[in-house]
Design a protein around this ligand. Structure first.
Ligand code: CAA
Length: 380
């Protein structure tokens, strides 16, 4: 076993850290308050190669490994989890999905613009009545011969407005249940697509989230990914990898809160000494540090398995569940350590706590991860 990072991995981590401190931190509180999308920063991140991070250079990607990818996501999330989720959905779901499951013609048509960051990718699976129960798709993709007609509504779509390319999951043949579901690549501005209002969220407030309505949206057959009926399996395969990214994001949020709490505990005095000298605080910090270390190791192991072409669905579910739940606990403790100051926006930890919450919900709730984990260990 080798627990060392390569020079290149460390360089990418440092570049992400520097960018986050220099470009994301200065307006993160304002964007959180106003729900403003970090458009300027996204353009810069595209130029720096953080969009098609793991995509093959022949499609204009960076050809990096998944370890580098999760290290970068963690650094972004420490400072600004909204920016991190845009990158996570774009890289793990949109780019990975097209690179690994689309045909060559589709890759040539869609992937380079995504990898260069000229277009942002979005993944449209969830619906008003199909969140955890993802097979219950009500959005239909009616087979009309040389095209499909899509009708229905998708919910909670990250980057719905700012994205240029959508991957849409829809039901073609209801009788076949999940085997009658397909996946399509669509231009976000296709006629018949409209958006619901910007969701006023608890956290991740500067990433844009909308519902997306499809009314007789025509999609050429050549935009379907894989064989007829591959859509559900495709979505599940993507989420196996997507969950590594969200776990990295969660551990980044937790790490950001931990760093702030550690620093504060060494400065703030109570009862004649810095509060870190009180065992009540020191033990909290110790427990937070153990969770961070465990979570980071789970993320890195999942990324390593993916890099080495080994199965990673079980470990990614474990990483996602553990990191998300730990992020909630760590950020809550970080607020507690800050006392009253933790409850005001200026100190950042209350924002990190709000941001941690959704990591227990999106890309499969913590309960869904336990379904995936328990089914896998019971089957093996
Ligand atoms: N890889 C490939 N195939 C898989 C799979 C996987 N990881 N998991 C399941 N499948 C296949 C099964 O083999 C089965 O196919 P067969 O019948 O051919 O064998 C089929 O999918 C159905 O599987 P299940 O019977 O296990 O299905 P289920 O209804 O019990 O549900 C579930 C499985 C794990 C609960 C799934 O519905 C799930 O993951 N739900 C959560 C959905 C989710 O994560 N949504 C997130 C939205 S995206 C998002 O949040 C992005 C964002 O913006 C941040």
């Amino acid at each position: 076993m080798n627990f060392e990072f390569t020079e290149e991995q460390l360089m990418i981590k440092q570049a992400a850290r520097d960018f986050a401190v220099r470009e994301l931190l200065p307006d993160v509180l304002e964007r959180d308050a106003s729900s403003r999308f970090p458009a300027r920063q996204m353009k810069m991140l595209a130029e720096l190669g953080f969009f098609g991070m793991c995509v093959d250079p022949k499609y204009d990607g960076g050809g990096m490994d998944n370890i580098s990818y999760v290290l970068a996501l963690e650094e972004f999330a420490k400072i600004d989890a909204s920016a991190a989720v845009v990158l996570a959905v774009h890289n793990s779901l949109a780019c990975y999905g097209i690179e690994h499951y689309a045909n060559e013609e589709q890759k040539q048509r869609f992937l380079p613009a995504l990898a260069r960051g000229e277009k942002i990718g979005a993944f449209l699976l969830s619906e008003p009545e199909a969140g955890s129960d993802a097979t219950s798709q009500k959005t239909t993709a009616e087979d009309k011969g040389d095209y499909y007609l899509i009708n229905g509504t998708k919910n909670w779509i990250t980057s719905a407005d700012n994205a240029g390319t959508y991957i849409v999951i829809a039901q073609t043949d209801r009788e076949k249940k999940h085997k009658g579901i397909n996946a399509f690549i669509l231009d976000r501005h296709s006629p018949g697509i409209s958006l619901g209002p910007h969701e006023d969220k608890m956290g991740m407030r500067s990433s844009d989230t909308h519902s997306v309505m499809f009314t007789d949206v025509k999609v050429p057959k050549e935009n379907r990914i894989g064989e007829d009926g591959f859509g559900f399996s495709f979505a599940m395969k993507l989420l196996d990898g997507g969950r590594i990214g969200i776990a990295a994001q969660a551990i980044g949020i937790a790490g950001g809160a931990f760093d702030l709490a550690l620093k504060y505990s060494k400065e703030r005095k109570a009862f004649g000494t810095e509060i870190c000298n009180h065992q009540a605080i020191a033990f909290k910090l110790a427990e937070m540090a153990v969770k961070l270390e465990n979570g980071r190791n789970l993320v890195l192991k999942s990324a390593w398995l993916k890099d080495n072409g080994l199965p990673y669905g079980l470990q990614s579910a474990m990483a996602k569940q553990y990191c998300a739940d730990s992020a909630m606990e760590i950020t809550t403790e970080a607020v507690q350590i800050h006392g009253g100051y933790g409850y005001v926006k200026e100190y950042h930890v209350e924002r990190l706590m709000r941001e941690a919450k959704v990591t227990q919900i999106y890309e499969g709730t913590s309960e869904i991860q336990k379904i995936v984990i328990s089914r896998t260990i019971l089957k093996d």
